[in-house]
Design a protein around this ligand. Structure first.
Ligand code: ADP
Ligand code: MG
Length: 439
């Protein structure tokens, strides 16, 4: 394979790693790696001397996982230091700090494919970007994960930036809003925070469900909202559920969220999925025949995000082997990917049901950041079971629960292991459950 092929593969892996780690980690430890060679069952990577030992110990496992996923085959990782391969010289990569920007620029109205299930959300978003603060204020978009809410938010940002360069536009996730607020309180500088949020022309807050149960954050957000609203500034909110379904949310916020236009996004039907996948393949610079698009659309039904993973996998495979992209190859490369995703989904759903039965804690509560005793124990229970019944890595499990890193998962596993040691009945229960889930 050409060095250009290596660069493409490395980039695909880096994209995955960027979903797991903060930019500093990626730029310090992971971006410096270079692919020396790709064999049938191993990938040799070189690292600068300073990073080699740490990267190998700390990220060896996740690199193995991600290279295997991207290349579509189980791959071992061999790590060497750069000095050992002096002849290797690869083009410089883009700065990580530009990553987020570049990423958001990819999301526009032009490349958002419209169908019945997302039409209202799309047209409302477009209207808001054409007439900010005139119609639909606030605009509240909601729907399950992976159906294009963030895409629409970025599309609004990109269009407004182009049409109104003078506007002060701020996009944040509710989590970032929360972190900044806590930071400003710790530094005793709430005014700087308020100044920032209350002087924008357009505020977009993604994944607002994150503030569920966080009363101090809700208080601050309420005042932010009210100030902007009175100044006739546009507010756009995205969430995984309708305002009334966000648990532990103050009524005054609920009623404000419902004041403008509330638009939902439903899962796409087959026709829309094919259209979206076609578009994605095109954006990806990858020529995918209809039979393959159809195969993808049949298998990816609930979360459009999976399309990117499968296209990348397919592209990497055809790049390496030189095989054509057709139905047979797609099936060969992706069957495992789909089957694994399906069976893991169903096991995980069953685990969530068990937690509900046993502890009376819902999936939403488990995925929230709430920490009362009941929820915490139920979360330990689920994480332990998922770790023992699926192939998900600790990091993927952490992500499933909206946690930043895998230390939470390690703690949870430790907690359950101790409890099993001290309580034979509990141990028996857990063993039964695992046997049942595996069967
Ligand atoms: P959400 O924020 O709802 O979880 P995202 O906006 O992150 O979902 O979308 C997940 C992926 O699916 C993104 O890559 C996005 O571009 C893509 N996507 C979803 N819906 C569409 C659509 N209608 N047209 C094009 N791409 C879409
Ligand atoms: Mg999103």
């Amino acid at each position: 394979m050409t060095e250009n092929g290596f660069v493409q593969i490395k980039n695909l892996v880096l994209e995955e790693l960027k979903k797991l780690y903060v930019p500093q980690t990626v730029s310090l430890w992971l971006e410096p790696m270079k692919i020396v060679s790709v064999g049938k069952s191993s990938v040799t990577l070189s690292f600068p001397q300073y990073a080699k030992t740490f990267a190998e110990a700390q990220y060896g496992e996740v690199l193995r996982e991600k290279f295997s996923a991207v290349l579509g085959a189980e791959m071992d990782i061999v790590v060497v230091s750069e000095e050992e391969v002096p002849e290797l010289d690869m083009p410089e990569e883009k700065e990580v700090s530009a990553y987020k920007m570049r990423f958001s620029k990819d999301y526009t109205f032009e490349n958002f494919v419209v169908g019945k299930s997302n039409q209202l959300a799309q047209s409302a978003s477009l209207a808001v970007s054409q007439h900010p603060a005139e119609l639909n204020n606030p605009l509240y978009l909601y729907g399950p994960s992976g159906l294009g809410k963030t895409h629409l938010l970025f599309a609004i940002v990109n269009k407004l930036r182009a049409d109104h360069p003078e506007f002060n536009i701020l996009y944040v996730t509710a989590e970032e809003f929360t972190t900044e607020l806590i930071d400003s309180l710790a530094k005793k500088q709430p005014m700087i925070f308020r100044e920032k949020y209350r002087t924008v022309d357009v505020l977009l807050v993604d994944d607002i469900q994150f503030i569920s149960g966080k009363m101090a954050v809700q208080e601050e957000f309420f005042h932010t909202f009210d100030t902007l609203f009175k100044l006739n500034k546009q507010i756009i909110i995205a969430s995984d559920c309708a305002p009334k379904d966000i648990g532990n949310l103050e009524d005054r916020l609920k009623s404000r969220f419902e004041m403008g236009l509330v638009a939902d996004i439903q899962p796409p039907d087959m026709e829309l999925r094919i259209a979206i996948f076609k578009r994605k393949a095109m954006d990806f610079g990858y020529n995918v025949p209809f039979e393959v698009l159809y195969y993808l659309a049949e298998n990816i039904t609930t979360n459009i995000r999976q399309i990117e993973g499968s296209l990348k996998k397919l592209k990497a495979h055809t790049l390496i082997t030189g095989e054509q992209c057709n139905y047979a190859v797609a099936r060969k490369v992706l069957t495992d990917f789909f089957e694994q995703a399906k069976s893991e989904e169903s096991v995980i759903d069953r685990i969530f049901e068990l937690a509900d039965k046993r502890y009376g804690v819902t999936k939403e509560q488990l995925k929230s950041s709430k920490r009362n005793a009941e929820i915490t124990v139920a979360r330990h229970f689920c994480m332990y079971l998922i770790r023992h019944t699926t192939d998900l890595s600790q990091n993927s499990i952490a992500k499933l629960f909206n946690k930043k890193d895998h230390s939470t998962v390690i703690n949870s596993i430790g907690f359950i292991e101790r409890k099993m040691l001290n309580d034979p009945n509990f141990k028996r229960d857990i063993e039964h459950i695992i046997a049942e889930l595996r069967s």
